[in-house]
Each structure stands twice: as C-alpha cells, then as structure tokens.
Design a binder for this molecule. Structure first.
Ligand code: ATP
Ligand code: MG
Length: 213
C-alpha cells in the first residue's frame, strides 16, 4: 500500500490521540467505540487507522503491517522495541507503573528480610528487571488483566500494575508501595517505512511533535 497505516487501540489511547491526529489534518470517519470495523478510513484517502489490542500495536508496526503506531511505554518495554523507531513521547495516557500490596502487608520489612515474594503482573519483563536491580527474590506470575484480584485470593503477595487515580487499588484495599516508572504513550514507526515513505510520514511526525509541545 502506498498510503499510511496507523495502528492504535481503542479506549483512552484512541480518545487522546484524536487531537494529535487533528493537528496533522487527519480525522477518522468512523468511531471505533461504536463501529465494529477494525480498519477505519479517515478524511485523507492516503491515511487509514487499524484498531488493535493495545499490547499488539508494536507487533503490527515491527512487521510493517502498520507504518506507525501509538503504544504505552509499558507495552513497548514488554515488546522490546525490535524494528521500531521511537521518535516521540506523545505524553498521553499517562500513569505510573507501581508495586502494590494488600493494605497492612509490610512490604518494606519483607524486602529487608530477604523474603521471596510472589508477584502477579502483566509486565513480566519490567517486573523482573525492577526486582533484579533491587536484589529482591520474586516468583513472577503472568496474568493478562485484573491483577488487583491476585493478592486478594492468595495467588500473589504483590502486583506490578499501572496506577493513575488509585481508585481501583483503593476499591480492592491495596496500596502502592513502590514507584517503578512514569508511563505515557509513544509514537512508534516502522524503520523501513520511515525510509521508504519519508515524504508522507515526516509531515505527520512534525504535526504530532508540534501538537505535543
Ligand atoms: P485491555 O484493556 O484490552 O486488556 P489494556 O489494558 O492494555 O488492554 P488499555 O486499558 O486501553 O488497554 O490501556 C492501554 C494503554 O493505556 C496501556 O498500555 C497504558 O500505557 C495506558 N494505561 C493503562 N491504564 C491506564 C490508566 N489507568 N491511566 C492512564 N493510562 C493507562
Ligand atoms: Mg485495560
């Protein structure tokens, strides 16, 4: 295809990307929240959007099925970034990656005593790195969602998850005990597409950069 394909997930990333697209003169002609279409046309005949699972965005861009994508830093760290050029922090979908435990669990003491902790998370790679640097022994348990449940039913001592308002933690009597890193969404570009389609891509990248600044 000669045009440009942009991969993104519906929900907060789609919503928060709309103003950036508008700055680049791109307006989707369908709403992914109501349409079941996975390929969305835009006002520009040479630009289309594909709606993918958030954690799949880097994969589509890596393989060139999409030229561009928008993905959280959380997702990019787990993917590893192979084949992706990451020119821009879009500063959208901001939150923090945290360690959280049940209210009342003395995490600091457990860590100080060298206890082996069971940690449930979707973010195995980031969690492994975090605890390795701290010298904490962990058994990581891979989950695909609803991490907050794991400590409540005895599956894990702690979770590594994204926190924005803290509402979900609070509702489940969990507390964040450690900040791992701030998270926001990044623009990713297929490295080959950047070379082959530079004339079309560069103005879009520039418009995004201008809208972020
Ligand atoms: P799914 O909900 O389909 O399981 P997901 O949880 O990865 O997938 P979203 O919840 O839409 O998808 O999250 C997409 C991205 O938005 C995440 O990868 C992360 O970067 C960011 N994000 C996740 N949770 C929050 C949050 N509470 N506040 C702000 N940004 C968040
Ligand atoms: Mg989610």
């Amino acid at each position: 295809m000669n045009g440009i394909t942009l991969a993104l997930s519906k929900g907060r990333i789609f919503t928060e990307t709309l103003p950036l697209l508008a700055a680049a003169g791109i307006v989707p002609t369908d709403d992914p929240e109501t349409s079941r279409k996975l390929i969305l046309a835009t006002n520009r005949p040479d630009v289309r959007l594909v709606i993918v699972r958030a954690s799949d965005t880097p994969t589509y861009v890596q393989h060139g099925a999409a030229d561009l994508g928008i993905a959280g830093k959380d997702v990019l760290l787990e993917h590893g970034g192979t084949g992706l050029y990451q020119p821009l922090d879009l500063k959208i979908a901001r939150c923090r990656m945290c360690v959280a435990v049940p209210d009342g669990f003395d995490y600091e003491t457990a860590v100080r005593r060298g206890a082996r902790l069971r940690v449930a998370t979707k973010y195995i790679r980031t969690a492994r790195e975090h605890f390795a640097v701290k010298g904490v022994h962990v058994d990581l348990i891979k989950l695909y969602g609803s991490m907050e449940l794991a400590p409540l039913v005895g599956l894990a001592d702690a979770i590594v998850d994204l926190v924005s308002t803290g509402g979900t933690l609070k509702a489940n009597r969990l507390v964040a005990v450690e900040d791992i890193m701030p998270i926001s969404s990044r623009l990713v570009v297929n490295q080959a597409a950047l070379k082959m389609k530079r004339e079309v891509l560069q103005p879009i990248l520039d418009a995004f950069a201008g809208a972020v600044a």
